[in-house]
Design a binder for this molecule. Structure first.
Ligand code: ATP
Length: 220
């Protein structure tokens, strides 16, 4: 693969994961397969900085991530945001990761909907000094939306080499098969009926079992 550097790149996929679903897992596996990284770390936030607070605790959301990735080699839980009691700013987490891994490409994974408002993220320019962004296709969002065109004009690349030869600063759009799925839709289904057959293809069976056992999202 393209890297001639001793430290192989790794990827971090931040999110609320409220709950984790099949599209998150598909994105993580796509990055693992197509971006030549040694691992993908799923990093649940404690309190998201960019949206309303999740209904389910960070501990439960992290437990669901752990259950979902248990049998997926190369995908791991990154727990550094879990013990924070203030909003999780991606820039702070990436700084901490850079202290641990000072050299090598660091890829921050997000969906196209997130790139569209990336310039509203806290210290977004500093994020690009710490990491590359790799952006997954998501139905309902396109590279024409919001901040995407200007960001891609300045930072865009189609070269995987860039992500490995440089430590940070590039944005690459991925060609993953889009999956029309959101945690919002899953929460709505769960609130209505936890036995719904509709849920089966959307969320790993073990995670659904955990949700039922812990009585999450049911309003009980
Ligand atoms: P919610 O519906 O509660 O907002 P979500 O499904 O968007 O949740 P998050 O945990 O908020 O999930 O998202 C974490 C990251 O995963 C974000 O960068 C988001 O863009 C991305 N993501 C979520 N769902 C998809 C999807 N179906 N396709 C591509 N990216 C996705």
């Amino acid at each position: 693969m393209p890297t001639s550097r001793p430290d192989r790149a790794f990827a971090v996929f931040g999110g609320t994961f409220d709950p984790i679903h099949m599209a998150h897992l598909a994105c993580a596996q796509y990055v693992l397969k197509h971006c030549a990284v040694r691992e993908v770390q799923l990093m649940p936030c404690h309190l998201p900085a960019h949206r309303a607070s999740p209904g389910v605790s960070a501990e439960h959301r992290a437990a669901m991530v752990q259950i979902a990735i248990e049998h997926i080699p190369g995908v791991h839980l990154q727990s550094l945001e879990l013990n924070k009691h203030s909003p999780s700013y991606t820039v702070d987490s990436l700084r901490l990761l850079r202290e641990q891994y000072p050299r090598g490409g660091l890829l921050f994974v997000m969906g196209m909907d997130s790139l569209a408002y990336f310039k509203q993220w806290h210290q977004w320019q500093n994020i690009l000094q710490l990491a590359h962004l790799v952006v997954c296709q998501r139905p309902g969002s396109s590279a024409e939306d919001g901040d995407c065109p200007s960001l891609l004009q300045h930072y865009g690349t189609n070269s995987l080499q860039d992500l490995h030869l440089l430590d940070a600063g590039k944005i690459m759009l991925l060609d993953n098969p889009p999956q029309d799925l959101s945690a919002t839709r899953i929460r709505a289904l769960l609130e209505k009926n936890q036995q719904s057959d509709e849920l089966t293809p959307l969320i790993p069976a073990e995670v659904l079992q955990y949700i039922k056992t812990e009585r999450l999202y049911s309003g009980i």
